[in-house]
Design a protein around this ligand. Sequence first.
Ligand code: FMN
Length: 214
Amino acid sequence: MFFIGRCRVGNLFSTLFLFTFCIFTAEMKKKKIIVAITGASGAIYAKLLLDNLKALSAQIERVGVVMSDNAREVWRFELGHSDYEQYPFDFYSKMDFHAPFASGSAKYDTMIIIPCSMGTLGRIAQGISNDLISRGADVILKERRKLIAVVRDTPFSLIHLNNMKTVTEAGGIICPANPSFYSIPVTIEDVAQTVVSRVIDLAGLEQDSYRWSE
Ligand SMILES: Cc1cc2nc3c(=O)[nH]c(=O)nc-3n(C[C@H](O)[C@H](O)[C@H](O)COP(=O)(O)O)c2cc1C
């Protein structure tokens, strides 16, 4: 009886160990991330995210970046420069359907659309995969992987809200570009970082950032 009991305890421990090990290695697996930048206001969010991902490169296997035409225009207008392509990531043109993440077989883990315009949100919600951004999102959703849409506009129409509902029902995460202020941010970058830190958390990356009540 004692022997049987010990065997059971032994089995339990090895199962628990295996389970913990699997979770640990899954968490430690380097991620393949798509960053899509669209023409909503808030290019600073995109810039900060790219800065953060560069700093977190030890956790990341690959970052693919795609920008819409208006994203380039808004970046120039709001940030006063065009040095987005200085990042050590793979940049793809908006109509490049040969980009790896145009297919589910490339197995990208996460797509972050930051900022996400109402136009892009609408195309994704309706399954209109007519460029690499909407196709990438379509692929991520069909493969049941993680889509994070940092939507930006104000106020929202019923059409916008219904599109957010549709994307949420399809498994996407709507993470509005709404900064928080309880960390008492000082600069504009600090304010924008409150949104980007939530995006980093949602993407499953580890980062030191402000934690409420810690
Ligand atoms: C300076 C500027 C700011 C804009 N801000 C927003 C915005 O906050 N939200 C939005 O949905 N569209 C905004 N737009 C309009 C979009 O750029 C436009 O609808 C575009 O067609 C979106 O296409 P895209 O998603 O392919 O970039 C803005 C345009 C400009 C020029």
